[in-house]
Design a protein around this ligand. Structure first.
Ligand code: NAI
Length: 345
């Protein structure tokens, strides 16, 4: 006999909410409002993490943050400011490495009605960025005064893991082509190992077309003919740079979501940073974090709610009346959020 429980008895998914700093709290508030209005089956565990807190704590990952994500296993995270040339290490890099969130996934898609330079071509690609090593290992030395080395670490384990994840995704989604992005003509050993791992994995997926592009050419091709790209897989640094480039093709950082996935944990966050130039002004576009939360709901199995929110966001873009400044509108963060809530079916 199947016993149907009343909706209120169904246990909610506990999710760690890390609003971050800069525009983080504004886009996080917007996202929470939308998910709450949609009746998402989520219970938030809010943890504060800002550059000021990190500086005061003297460590980039205060225990409250890590304990919460280890407990809930799922996080929704806003950006956190990282000091440039000195100061503490990036909290994002630390979190990804500590939880072994090895796959960084960034879908690059156009939004209906949004006018961009590329509105006449169909752009729909997914970037897979290795998230735990490469030049982001943070191993730097001043050998002697004014001579610094930064070590680029590439391992078979991490390269094979991200390649397999990208190919599995491609197969599961019925996509057709994977391109590995590299600079193995110069970094013959490091990027060479990454490429060899991609080739070995590709051989196990004969139905999927596999190609390789050097990162500089890949960047140029992306600007000239973005419609040729389907799935891309690359080491950490190229993934960081190419994903901002790709975001620029479809309307900018305000709209591109992201996910960091590991074996046991997942943290969903937008591609963009803390945008200090617009922080605290109610100008930030929360679309990227809202769509990151949509991916989170899909990951949690809440597919219907995810679909409703995605459709509401698309409706607001299609109507084009309540868009934020970065995508050519005049609406405030809160006005855009109200419009999305109003469009929830
Ligand atoms: P950024 O992504 O914060 O901003 C780049 C440009 O895009 C700015 O003009 C900004 O106003 C605009 N922008 C970004 N997000 C937007 C949004 N949602 N709505 C409207 N406009 C938006 O990159 P930037 O300036 O290089 O980095 C600022 C800080 O953020 C740095 O400390 C950096 O380390 C940190 N950062 C943190 C990340 C994270 O926590 N995941 C990711 C990237 C950067």
């Amino acid at each position: 006999m199947i016993v149907r429980l009343p909706v209120q008895w169904i246990v909610a998914h506990r999710v760690t909410l890390i609003p971050g700093d800069g525009i983080g709290p504004e886009v996080a508030d917007a996202t929470v409002r939308v998910l709450d209005a949609a009746g998402a089956n989520v219970e938030w565990e809010r943890v504060e993490l800002t550059s000021a807190i990190i500086q005061a704590a003297g460590e980039e990952l205060p225990p409250t943050v890590i304990e919460s994500v280890e407990r809930t296993r799922v996080g929704l995270k806003g950006p956190v400011t990282t000091p440039v040339a000195g100061g503490f290490q990036s909290v994002n890099v630390a979190l990804r490495r500590r939880l072994d969130l090895f796959a960084n996934i960034r879908p690059i898609r156009q939004l209906p009605g949004l006018k961009t330079r590329y509105q006449d071509v169909h752009i729909d690609m997914v970037l897979f960025r290795e998230n735990t090593e490469d030049l982001y290992s943070g191993i730097e030395h001043e050998v002697v005064k004014d001579v610094v080395t930064s070590l680029k670490v590439i391992t078979r384990t991490a390269s094979t893991r991200i390649a397999r994840y990208a190919f599995d995704y491609t197969r599961a989604q019925g996509r057709k082509k994977v391109i590995a992005v590299h600079k193995a003509n110069i970094m013959k050993l490091g990027d060479g190992l990454f490429l060899n791992c991609c080739r070995e994995v590709a051989a196990q997926y004969p139905e999927i077309e596999y190609k390789e592009l050097i990162v500089d050419n890949a960047s140029m091709q992306m600007v000239i003919r973005p419609q040729q790209f389907d799935v891309l897989v690359m080491p950490n640094l190229y993934g960081d740079i190419v994903s901002d480039l790709a975001a620029g093709l479809v309307g900018g950082l305000g709209i591109v979501p992201g996910a960091n996935i590991g074996q046991d944990h997942a943290v969903f966050e937008a591609v963009h940073g803390s945008a200090p130039d617009i922080a605290g002004k109610n100008l930030a576009n929360p679309t990227a974090l809202i769509l990151s939360a949509v991916s989170m709901l899909e990951y949690l199995g809440e597919k219907q709610t995810a679909q409703r929110i995605r459709q509401a966001v698309e409706t607001v873009y299609r109507e084009g009346k309540a868009l934020t400044g970065d995508v050519g509108g005049g609406a405030k963060t809160t006005e855009f959020t109200d419009a999305v809530i109003g469009a929830l079916g």
